[in-house]
Design a protein around this ligand. Structure first.
Ligand code: SAM
Ligand code: DTB
Ligand code: SF4
Length: 325
């Protein structure tokens, strides 16, 4: 399997626009060459610092400037976070991702506390992931030393559309953080959101940027917008399953070794729709009845879905390149 970092937009567009059943077949074939298609990684999210964020991301319920129902909460205590991680592990999760509504990490006692959380979760044998906003080189190194396995930092959309969604930071800021994460030898998790009013070209543009990074992200989350009352995108229409399928399948074909994560938006998808996403190469989900602040399917409903589709939770650290110490 050749891994390419020189995809052109035209090539990606051709794949993206191919007849949908052909697209699913092609992506599914590649998926089966690399992964056991009956394995899906189960990840758990926890919002360790909620709301009050100074940024203006139009989709986000945690931005202080929008009037949403989110309860603002300061950074959680280390023990409480570790209890949550233990529960997540007990219910079958192998990756635990801690999210903070920060623009960027600051070198203060809150960051020291996050480093303690990372250490504790790592000791439990979970893949520990964080999403804390922008990071410097040094902060990335400190997280690595504490045992961080992965860092989530989404490009969200194309470079061209980015300014329509967020004005308080640039696409280049995002790319710089991804570079800092990569340099620190932390596994990269980066993807985006569909259903924000972007065009198909924007979706292809984002996939083009991700697939032409010097190394592909090890994990690519595909989120469907969860429209939240009070945010500028509250009225956006739901995306169809075929749009999710096209994103997932194209990501699988152009970044074959990445974990492609069927992320936000499952709450409005049927089991049949999710099955199409797994056929198209998705091999990871977020479980637990809450994502960061918005609802997600109940744990029991997901257990039932796994039984119906004969899926198994994937073990931690499987087939992931050993990121050298
Ligand atoms: N503050 C950090 C940042 O922006 O990088 C980390 C947390 S932020 C909530 C993580 C990601 O969640 C965003 O990049 C975005 O892709 C996703 N997200 C936030 N709100 C969403 C929504 N309403 N629907 C779908 N995805 C959303
Ligand atoms: C990602 O791409 N999706 C997750 C995770 N990375 C951090 C977050 C989805 C958040 C959805 C909105 C919320 O629950 O607040
Ligand atoms: Fe803040 Fe992250 Fe939400 Fe943007 S996506 S408003 S940076 S929490």
């Amino acid at each position: 399997m050749t891994i390419r970092n020189d995809w052109t937009k035209e090539e990606i567009s051709e794949i993206f626009h191919s007849p949908v059943l052909d697209l699913i077949h092609r992506a599914g074939t590649i998926h089966r060459e690399i992964n056991d298609p009956s394995e899906v990684q189960v990840c758990t999210l926890l919002s360790v610092k909620t709301g009050g964020c100074p940024e203006d991301c139009s989709y986000c319920p945690q931005a202080a400037r929008y009037h949403t129902d989110v309860d603002v909460h300061k950074l959680m205590d280390v023990e409480e976070v570790l209890e949550n991680a233990q529960n997540a592990r007990d219910s079958g999760s192998t990756r635990f991702c801690m999210g903070a509504a920060w623009r960027e990490v600051r070198d203060n006692s809150d960051f020291d506390k996050v480093l303690e959380m990372v250490k504790g979760v790592n000791k439990m044998g979970l893949e520990v992931c964080c999403t804390l906003g922008m990071l410097t080189d040094e902060q990335a190194m400190k997280l690595k030393e504490a045992g961080l396995y992965a860092y989530n930092h989404n490009l969200d959309t194309s470079e061209e559309f980015y300014g329509e969604i967020i004005s308080t930071r640039t696409y280049d800021d995002r790319l710089e953080t991804l570079e800092n994460v990569r340099n620190a030898k932390i596994s990269v998790c980066s993807g985006g959101i569909i259903g924000m009013g972007e065009t198909t070209e924007d979706r292809i543009g984002m996939l083009h940027t991700l697939s032409n990074l010097p190394e592909h992200p090890e994990s690519v989350p595909v989120n469907a917008l969860v429209p939240v009352e009070g945010t500028p995108l509250e009225e956006q229409e739901k995306v169809s399953v075929w749009e999710m399928v096209r994103m997932i399948a194209t990501a699988r074909i152009i970044m074959p070794k990445a974990m492609v994560r069927l992320s936000a938006g499952r709450i409005r998808m049927t089991v049949e729709e999710q099955a199409l996403c797994f056929l198209a190469g998705a091999n990871s989900i977020f479980a637990g009845d809450k994502l960061l602040t918005t609802p997600n399917p109940e744990v029991d409903a997901d257990k039932k879905m796994f039984q119906t589709l004969n899926l198994r939770p994937r073990e931690a650290f499987k087939n992931t390149p050993i990121l050298s110490e």
